[in-house]
Ligand binder design. Sequence first.
Ligand code: SF4
Length: 272
Amino acid sequence: MLPLHESITYGPVASRRLGRSLGVNLLPPCRKVCTFNCPYCQYGWSAQTRRGVTRPAEAWPSVALVVKAVAARLRHAVAQRERIDRLTVAGHGEPTLHPDFTEIVGGLTAVRDELMPALPLAVLSNASTAGVSEIRETLARFDERYMKLDAGDAATLRSMNGTRLSIESLIEGLSEVRGMVIQAMFVKDRSGRIDNTGDLAVANWTSALRRISPLAVHLYTIDRAPAWPYLQPVSAARLGEIGHLVELAGIPMQVFCTTGWPGSPGISPKQM
Ligand code: SF4
């Protein structure tokens, strides 16, 4: 598993999807906060799963602190002529849970425009807050939105993401987000209790994709030790089959396979 971030900025992280991605962590330092509790999470299990549970507000980095840290890091990059391909809001949890998410995105947009105007601002979200109109309006201010969807039915959502959020509300929220890429993790465990790679689970998932109509879908499997140690990566062949079904639904897709974790089947160079 990865250690939790101590600072607001991290990287740039080498990513085939995002290039050299400078990460922005809006979560409390060294404290994972997420509405999901995915068994494949590279940051371990979520101890707190409800919005606002980590208040008081001082647990979260302030708007001023985030903007100051990102501005300093971008100034350094400009001075050093460092290549950065994306400024990506992600971190060890769900970034849209920050109580001042909208204000922070406004501040990040301003410093990006001032210091590196050509740098795309991206966000990685688990989509659990996509049903909130204010969050959707803020997501629309990003240049790129990467939203998670691993399941198309209630049972698979529960086992893959450890949430009591209804699959219907998740799909409805995502359907309201325009211009996004869906990122989907495929895994199974040895017992078969956790598995979103079977024909029925995939059929339900592709059906949800048709309703959501994303710009594209990115498919991948685990490349680091997960929270639940019995998970297994999915073969490149199965990911390719699932990707083909996405294409049949008329949606562009890309498969990302990795060798970063010893449990990986060793498919292609590390991507994420
Ligand atoms: S949504 Fe992301 S941060 Fe949250 S538990 Fe799942 S993998 Fe971890």
